[in-house]
Design a protein. Structure first.
Length: 232
């Protein structure tokens, strides 16, 4: 934490810039090609992600369990590599970073960086911050035939944009925590000991608290932003 505090004090002492989801990202909804058209599903090569992929293979994914054909892709347009899929209906509050061009089913909304932010934001930082967006989604749902996220509020959710050096330092720290948690999970699976299960749960709570603390930023005020832009 002291390293992060020092970087913040040095690089953004007046607070961190925040922008909304709709300002930073191109958002698109996933979809399911017609299941009655065999040409869309036979010998598919296009990764098509569902909740099962996250449940079975984790949150950073380069391939999917099920694939569709190129003929099933609307307008030939894919969700770009290194974008986020986040569940905004049905099972809400899950997300993954997808490292290849892909599509997803309709339960997910895709977040892809707009070109003007590509040099300012690390997608791995976005991946970690999306755990906070997950929490927001779970608390802001509407219900009809099934639960869905308030998409107007979703697009107004505010993301911090700290300097890249800070983003990368936070990612490095959280990557280390994630690796330690994965190692403990593997040990638990091998040993099947109740003590390890309790330790893993405690580690998860500690990790979540530490992650949320690392990702808490003071937002720069409009007056300070005006000064920085020479308007004050």
């Amino acid at each position: 934490m002291s390293r992060i505090d020092a970087l913040i004090a040095e690089l953004c002492p007046d607070g961190v810039e925040f922008q909304t989801v709709k300002e930073i990202f191109v958002t698109k909804n996933g979809y399911t090609p017609s299941t009655t058209n065999k040409d869309y599903w036979t010998d598919g090569t296009v990764p098509w992600f569902r909740m099962e992929d996250i449940r079975e293979n984790g949150r950073i994914l380069g391939d999917s369990i099920q694939k569709i054909t190129k003929e099933a892709v609307k307008g030939g347009k894919y969700f770009p590599a290194n974008s986020i899929i986040i569940a905004t209906s049905a099972t809400i509050g899950e997300h993954a970073l997808i490292t290849v061009p892909h599509l997803s089913n309709q339960r997910f909304t895709s977040l892809a960086l707009k070109s003007e932010f590509a040099s300012r934001i690390e997608m791995k930082f976005v991946y970690y911050y999306c755990f906070l967006l997950d929490d927001w989604c779970r608390k802001n749902t509407t219900t009809s035939s099934f639960a869905s996220v308030d998409m107007s509020g979703f697009k107004d959710f505010r993301f911090p944009i700290p300097p890249l050096e800070i983003q990368r330092e936070i990612v490095a720290i959280l990557d280390r925590f994630t690796k330690l948690e994965a190692e403990l999970e593997a040990e638990l699976e091998a040993e099947l000991e109740a003590e390890l299960e309790a330790e893993l749960e405690a580690r998860r709570r500690q990790y979540q608290h530490y992650r949320d603390t690392l990702l808490s930023f003071a937002e720069r005020t409009d007056s300070q932003a005006s000064k920085d832009n020479g308007l004050g």
